[in-house]
Design a protein around this ligand. Structure first.
Ligand code: ADP
Ligand code: MG
Length: 698
């Protein structure tokens, strides 16, 4: 059998393959494009395309596709075969540099938020050489950006690459100020931890809610949930272990560094974490990981649920975005250094993040806003919708000392003078205790924990990269003109701490008292839902910052805001319709049928002996009858609420109506149906229950 190191990356046109298949000249110029963003000339593109094609064909590929990430949040591909007719009636396999660099899928049905007029509806795709091409099935997949002919981004990759560019530019300015003349570029990196649920295909197939919406819309609480904490890090069941083994194998072939896997808190919940890489590649890899998880599960008779909240009453699934920035030489800029000077630099980057998170709390909240994630943020399992930063006691004490010009009470009592003192080494164990914070410093990186499990990580990283670029720009502008660098630096760090310390919170983020303190005393934002936060994408300060760094144009922001809200509305409307349908055609008839059976049994008993009280039957029939009436009434109210949506004048109004009426009615209908489930005989209930679903995989 092949060992992991033998097959790792075997389906990737990576650096090893490039070196082996390209001439030194072509390789050198491609590498320069990858590392420094220089433009590629067509001669080089032709040579790369030819090598890529030969390599792909040797691996059994017959087709190629420009693989991209439209605003639907999933990936898209349109396959073209390599074949081209030859004069003798046969075919030759062809692939040119032009085809590698640019593609024109007829992709007019992807959401564009009005950016493409119909007469020029065809967007085009452009090769992203910084993310390796790979083979999926029989297709060579070429990671690409997707734009309109006007140049507007229609995807998630384009603004992500732009945000990485903005961060690179500003971070280099700061590094130069600290005397670093050798760094060629600064990149942001991410390791996204991915949570998911596994249920059996057989049970999944029986639930229209899971099939149409990815989550259960009904379901009474099972007698056993997650209260025993016996699933977390527990022994992995054989069927799940087999799934994980194959998943790792598939991911490793694609060069995805899947590293850890374990059971999560909820029954049937698991997690996979990869080793971190650049935000761009990590985004591509995470999309691929989600896709392969679902495909691999299917092979094992399982379904992988990536929804943020597939089950009420047990934890939902998130995605922890572990983010850091490093130079091309590998210096992590969020890691405290060895010398006083390095430490001053570390503190400056740290402050840039603190300022960014505070100034753009709203953008971070917006970047994770979906109908699915709204169920999770603020429930007592996930970070709240209020953004705050956890720094840990040690780092907090250092910042306090700097703020007040007082001695730092660490290992040695020392005055914290920047550029003079060495900071203590913060070890991971002391910094990573708090699991309830939405944005936690964990020793040498920040862990942004608000992302939902199905979110593309692109959006969060676009906002993070851009907001930090903005802080760094402000710092660089000031420091480049300073007479006395060290004094200016000290003052600026001090000012950042004073101005932004209200975003730092080291306590329990799940506590209700925190939400009160955050909003009432500290004035932090608390956008609980997608319709609450999304319109703020267009607030002047946000538009100014994002257009200032050329991450988005104003038109792109408007279109994205529309698309996100449309997405929210469509998601909930599908859920509401599915609920009404299930309640009318399956739940109410089942309850009614069972009530009739009980009534019949009471009548039969009475016929035998008229003096029998049959109070049990009577009680059940009465309760069920009241419940079917209630269910019917709630369905009607829900359908009215849906009809009423047509009156909304725009997408902002419609999303608010969904939040205020449709979701409320859905909740009420659910309560009635879940109550009926607890009284109806199991043999009558039309669906596998929570207990069935959550404990189904052995
Ligand atoms: P946890 O205790 O949160 O599970 P892990 O040590 O398993 O933490 O790391 C979680 C993720 O953080 C992994 O994907 C890992 O690759 C990533 N990570 C570690 N160091 C960095 C870094 N410097 N930058 C970005 N991500 C990192
Ligand atoms: Mg984590």
């Amino acid at each position: 059998m092949e060992t992991v190191s033998e097959y790792f990356g075997s389906l990737v046109f990576d650096d090893r393959v490039m070196k082996a298949t390209l001439s030194a000249k072509v390789y050198g110029s491609l590498k320069k494009t990858i590392d420094e963003g220089t433009t590629l000339d067509i001669g080089v593109a032709n040579a790369v395309a030819a090598a890529m094609k030969d390599w792909a064909i040797s691996k059994g590929a017959t087709h190629y596709t420009h693989w991209f990430q439209p605003l639907t949040g999933i990936t898209a591909e349109k396959h073209d075969s390599f074949i081209s007719p030859s004069p003798d009636g046969g075919v030759i396999m062809e692939f040119s540099g032009k085809e590698l660099i640019k593609g024109e899928p007829d992709a007019s049905s992807f959401p564009s938020g009005g950016l493409r007029a119909t007469f020029e509806a065809r967007g085009y795709t452009a090769w992203d050489p910084t993310s390796y091409a790979f083979i999926k099935g029989r297709t060579l997949c070429i990671p690409t950006a997707f734009c309109s002919y006007g140049g507007e981004a229609l995807d998630k990759k384009t603004p992500l690459l732009r945000s990485m560019g903005a961060l690179n530019k500003q971070a280099l300015r700061i590094l130069r100020l600290f005397g670093n003349d050798t760094a060629k570029c600064v990149r942001s990196s991410v390791g996204p931890e991915q949570e998911y649920f596994l249920v059996t295909q057989e049970m999944y197939d029986q639930r229209p809610d899971l099939r149409f919406t990815g989550r259960t819309l009904f379901g009474a609480k099972p007698p056993k949930g997650q209260e025993m904490d016996d699933h977390y890090f527990g022994v992995i069941k054989p069927r799940v272990a087999a799934f994980m083994e194959e998943l790792n194998h598939e991911l490793w072939k694609l060069g995805i560094l899947a590293k850890t896997e374990h059971n999560e808190v909820a029954p049937a919940q698991h997690e996979l974490a990869p080793i971190y890489t650049t935000t761009n590649i990590a985004t591509d890899h995470n999309q691929l990981t989600m896709e392969i998880m679902q495909k691999t599960a299917a092979k094992h008779g399982l379904v992988c649920l990536l929804h943020e909240k597939p089950f009420a009453g047990v934890n939902g699934s998130g995605k922890h975005n572990n983010w850091s920035i490093a130079t091309d030489a590998g210096q992590n800029l969020l890691s405290p250094g060895e010398t006083p000077y390095e430490n001053a630099q570390f503190l400056l980057f740290l402050c840039a993040v603190i300022k960014a998170v505070d100034d753009y709390q709203d953008l971070l909240r917006i970047s994770v806003a979906t109908a699915g994630n709204d169920h999770r943020l603020g429930a007592n399992e996930a970070p709240p919708a209020v953004v705050s930063i956890f720094l840990g006691d040690e780092l907090n004490a250092v910042l306090q000392a700097i703020e007040n010009d007082t001695p730092y009470e660490g290992a040695k009592k020392t005055q914290m003078k920047l550029g003079v003192n060495v900071l203590p080494k913060f070890n991971r164990d002391t910094t990573d205790r708090n699991r309830t914070s939405p944005f936690a410093f964990t020793g040498n990186k920040f862990e942004f924990r608000m992302l939902g499990s199905s979110n593309s990580i692109a959006c969060a990283n676009i906002m993070l990269n851009s907001a930090v670029a903005e802080s760094l720009k402000i710092y660089a502008d000031r420091l480049e003109g300073a007479q006395d660098f060290e004094t200016a630096l000290h003052e600026m760090i001090q000012k950042t701490i004073r101005d932004h310390k209200h975003i730092i919170f080291n306590g329990n983020g799940y506590d209700d008292s925190w939400i009160r303190e955050a909003t009432e005393k500290r004035g932090l934002l608390n956008y609980r839902t997608t319709p609450d936060c999304m319109p703020h994408l267009l607030d002047k300060k946000n538009v100014d910052m994002l257009t200032g760094h050329k991450v988005f144009s104003e038109a792109e922001l408007r279109s994205r805001c529309d698309i996100m809200l449309e997405n929210y509305c469509k998601t909930v409307i599908i859920e509401a319709s599915t609920m009404a349908d299930m309640a009318k055609t399956q739940i109410a008839p089942a309850v009614e049928g069972y009530a009739a059976e009980v009534a019949k049994s009471a009548a039969a008993k009475k016929a035998l002996d008229a003096s029998l009280a049959c109070s049990y039957e009577l009680g059940v029939v009465k309760k069920l009858s009241a419940l079917t009436d209630r269910i019917a009434g709630k369905v009607e109210e829900l359908e009215d609420a849906l009809l009423f949506l047509q009156k909304a004048e725009d997408i902002f109004a419609q999303s608010a109506m969904i939040r205020d009426s449709v979701l409320v009615k859905m909740g009420e209908l659910r309560v009635a149906c879940d109550e009926a489930e607890t009284i109806t005989a199991k043999s009558w209930w039309p669906y596998p229950t929570y207990a069935d679903l959550l404990f189904s995989v052995k």
